[in-house]
Design a binder for this molecule. Structure first.
Ligand code: 2P0
Length: 365
């Protein structure tokens, strides 16, 4: 008897131009484009196995070994339904008139009719304080894509990103490695709101990311609810989405293409600041940074100031998501010095700083 099962994994990504705000909350269409770097390393991934079987009576998902409810009309259900629809549209309907050689082929052609069992694991340390929805939904969509044979050249990662986006906005960017843009799109149906590759990791292998774990506790305001409060109440957001982000998307894309770290760093830090500014401009205000986050900003600013004075340009770029943990982008040659600097200023023994994880590109000693 044939077994219809596939496993795929997807990595975490950290935005340098931040996604914050939806123009359509059901389809998850953003108010601005965003751009991220995929932290494509073995130890920061979600891995998902999907299995289709005529004996299964309902779609079921296990997350880290525990059953996760697939709510009607919810994001999980949407992703599974859309992957089945794509399978039907691209493979089953297309081949419906083709002669079927034997029973096995016939069964495989009707895969979208079967219920699926899906098991997903995150392998990153909970201490990393990283959101798992991006890698989680990207891995879910990738494993169903394998199961349903929706793979290149038949189906591109950008097409799959349209579906991962409906699981969690940032998930669409984890379908590619390297430097990835999520183009906001203009169509009301969301068919042009997808991820594209700006450059593969191999284009700029010296680029590294350090995750500075300030706190591993769960954040107070979820991204999903926080960003809509910002859309509803912040006047500064309108300036950000109309004036600020479009210019930065163009400029940072050029900086990546030219491997211009100085410009990359300036824009990355400016956009992190802008994102946290619109959070503060929200009613009631949202605070994601804490005193240690702000102290890390000061250290990076001073480090860059001294480097610029020596004529060496910017060497480190901080960025913060919806929480207090810093991600510092830097080139490989400077990573060791930056780790030493961070640990000298923030001794783990002081209890206010947990860990530095070096990721992306080569290994960090
Ligand atoms: C980002 N964040 O671009 C931004 C920066 C957080 C701060 O994407 O509602 O978990 O599932 O679409 O994707 C977090 O938002 O929100 C996020 P939903 P998501 O990475």
């Amino acid at each position: 008897m044939s077994v219809y099962q596939a496993t795929a994994s997807a990595p975490v990504n950290i935005a340098v131009i931040k996604y914050w705000g939806k123009r359509d909350t059901k389809l998850i269409l953003p108010t601005n484009s965003s751009l991220s770097v995929t932290l494509d390393q073995d130890h920061l991934r979600s891995t998902t196995t999907s299995r289709a079987d005529p004996a299964f009576t309902q779609d079921t998902l296990w997350l880290n070994g525990k059953i996760d409810e697939i709510k009607a009309g919810g994001r999980l259900e949407t992703c599974i339904r859309e992957m089945k629809r794509l399978r039907k549209e691209i493979i089953e309907d297309k081949d419906a008139s083709a002669p079927k050689a034997n029973q096995v082929d016939l069964r495989s052609l009707q895969l979208s009719e079967y219920k699926v069992h899906i098991a997903s694991y995150n392998n990153f340390p909970t201490a990393a304080g990283l959101a798992s929805s991006a890698s989680g939904f990207a891995a879910l969509v990738s494993s169903l894509a394998q199961l349903y044979s929706l793979v290149p050249p038949l189906v591109s990662p950008s097409t799959l990103s349209l579906i991962a986006r409906q699981g969690s906005g940032s998930a669409c960017r984890s379908l590619y490695g390297g430097f990835v843009a999520w183009e906001q799109g203009v169509r009301p149906d969301g068919s042009d709101s997808l991820a594209i590759e700006v450059a593969p990791q191999a284009h700029w292998p010296e680029m590294h990311a350090l995750i500075c774990v300030v706190s591993d506790t769960k954040k107070g305001t979820s991204s999903t609810s926080g960003m809509q409060r910002t859309v509803e109440t912040s006047t500064l957001l309108q300036h950000r989405i109309k004036e600020v982000v479009p210019a930065r998307m163009a400029a940072i894309t050029t900086a990546i293409q030219q491997r211009d770290f100085d410009t990359f760093a300036r824009i990355t830090m400016a956009d992190s600041n802008s994102f946290h500014a619109v959070c503060l401009d929200t009613e009631p205000p949202i605070f994601y940074l804490n005193d240690v986050s702000r102290a890390i900003i000061s250290v990076v600013v001073e480090y860059n100031r001294l480097s610029v004075e020596r004529g060496e340009g910017y060497k480190a770029a901080y960025t913060y998501d919806a929480g207090p943990n810093a991600v510092i982008y830097a080139l490989e040659k400077d990573i060791k010095e930056i780790i030493q600097l961070v640990l000298a200023y923030f001794p783990q023994t002081a209890g206010e700083f947990k860990d530095v994880l070096g990721v992306f590109g080569g290994s960090v000693q």
